[in-house]
Design a binder for this molecule. Structure first.
Ligand SMILES: Cc1ncc(COP(=O)(O)O)c(C=O)c1O
Length: 473
């Protein structure tokens, strides 16, 4: 047993993983060493860990350097006002929901939202109506919302006060937000966007458009996911006539009163780098990614997904600074992820059929070359498995709003006997990571068939324990 398990554990991990194709965007610190300004910050990092004393402003009432930095952030994103978040996109999602809706409001929500949105729905006592995700058969994964279902849901729920969407999803796939915002405006609904994975969007025209520029009312972007900024940092952008005093109040309520200057300085730097170098650097990065995509596509049984693979009736857009490497159905991508890790490459995630890699301008050509070589040498015959197909499913009927369901007494029963009962806990198959049923919804025949299908095929089911599910008594 170590005396310093955390410190030693992290250092061991860092030593074993040389090449980062995952978060955070600074890629093992390289982003800070890319400029003299970044080096100066990092070389003085310990002295920068200060508290809010005179001369260094106050995050909760900015009048000095924090205000100045926020104004630069606002200018870069083209918002009405942008904020530094020291409690991650999680706090940004809570602030958006609290500032935009009243208790009891109906809201239309992407079924693949992050759990901070689902939690906000519970805490603010909202009535959710969900939009299904489209599953793409060619890569066996969700590709953002099902647009036909979106249009149907909005028409059937004209009394909803707003729409909450993820843009892009974890795979870097974006729905047609322009169309969605246009439709939402017809119904006078607010559009809130969790763009945690899209802080770099819009900086180059080779990337998807920024949700702020497309006119969403409020947007959250995680600076740490793709920019040169420390983990836990994020930005919140107000983009319409949402009451700023109200946003300030919830911003204060969901932010620490001792915000870390290290986090704030790193966000200032992430913004600076993106503004000054982002366009060129992302153009170069995408060129590099395209070059190696073509090479990887020549490896048997591997294919990097691109927009042509996923577009059918509606357009979906892809973040080209990510790879989704899809394996032929006979091979298990979780094993590929493990193999890459053994070869000192850290990817973002795998879902049995695909692995996802997140790049930033701090990944070099050597990184891509090494990735390609390691993939080329991979013996996929050791990774064979019995593939299962991921299906799109209907959203069960909501009997109780999640805030009503959360406080009711619950018990665990066998799946077999749960038909018609009200579900007491969200059940999430992984993959695809989208709730099959959520608390307050009625367990129907289709849900039971899908649960059994996933269980029989060894898919992890969060919320199912030894074949039992939680129901409301
Ligand atoms: C889409 C999305 N939104 C929000 C979050 C929460 O971000 P954070 O962990 O920075 O609070 C995540 C985290 O992974 C995410 O993927």
């Amino acid at each position: 047993m170590s005396d310093l398990p955390l410190v030693e554990g992290v250092l061991k991990y860092v030593k074993e993983n040389n090449i980062s194709f995952s978060m955070p965007g600074h890629k093992n610190g390289k982003g800070f060493f890319a400029t003299e300004e970044g080096k100066t910050f990092i070389n003085n990092i310990l002295s920068c860990d200060i508290t809010e004393v005179e001369g260094v402003d106050n995050l909760h009432n900015p009048e000095g350097i924090i205000k100045e930095a926020s104004e630069l952030l606002t200018q870069l994103y083209g918002s009405k006002k942008s904020y530094f978040l020291v409690n991650g996109s999680t706090s940004g999602n809570l602030i958006m929901v609290y500032s935009s809706f009243k208790e009891g409001d109906k809201v239309i929500i992407d079924r693949s939202c992050h759990k901070s949105i689902f939690n906000a729905i519970i805490l603010k006592k909202l009535k959710p109506v969900y939009i299904k995700n489209r599953v793409c058969n060619s890569f066996n994964a969700p590709i953002s919302i099902n647009m036909e279902h979106f249009f149907q849901v909005i028409k059937n729920n004209r009394d909803a006060k707003g729409i909450i969407l993820t843009y892009p999803n974890y795979y870097g796939i974006c729905c047609d937000l322009e169309k969605i915002i246009e439709e939402a405006k017809n119904y006078n609904m607010k559009v809130l966007i969790d763009s945690a994975h899209g802080a770099h969007f819009g900086i180059s025209n080779k990337l998807p458009k920024s949700a702020v520029k497309l006119g969403a009312d409020m947007v959250v972007t995680s600076s740490h996911k793709t920019l040169a900024s420390f983990t836990q940092t994020a930005f919140l952008h107000i983009n319409s006539n949402i009451n700023k005093d109200k946003v300030d109040f919830y911003f204060s309520s969901f932010s620490s009163t001792s915000p870390s200057y290290l986090l704030m300085c790193s966000m200032d730097y992430g913004r600076y780098y993106l503004q000054k170098y982002g366009r060129n650097e992302y153009n170069n990065l995408i060129e590099l990614a395209e070059k190696y995509k073509n090479k990887i596509n020549n490896i048997d049984n591997m294919h990097v997904i691109d927009e042509q693979d996923i577009n059918e009736n509606y357009s979906y857009f892809m973040d080209r600074s990510r790879y989704i490497i899809n394996l032929n159905n006979n091979y298990n991508s979780n094993l590929l992820l493990k193999y890459l890790r053994e070869n000192k490459i850290q990817c973002e995630m795998s879902d049995t059929h695909n692995i996802v890699l997140i790049f930033s301008p701090f990944n070099t050509e050597e990184d891509f070359k090494y990735l390609y070589e390691v993939l080329r040498k991979c013996d996929l015959s050791k990774m064979k498995f019995q593939s299962i197909n991921i299906h799109e499913y209907s959203i069960p009927v909501l009997k109780l709003s999640p805030h009503e369901a959360v406080n009711k007494p619950k018990k665990k029963i066998d799946i077999e006997g749960s038909l018609g009962r009200i579900c007491g806990e969200n059940i999430i198959p992984y993959p695809p990571g989208i709730p099959l049923i959520m608390m307050g919804e009625i367990i129907d025949k289709e849900t039971i068939i899908m649960l059994k299908y996933y269980l029989n095929n060894g898919i992890e089911l969060i919320g199912v324990d030894n074949g039992k599910v939680k129901i409301i008594e």
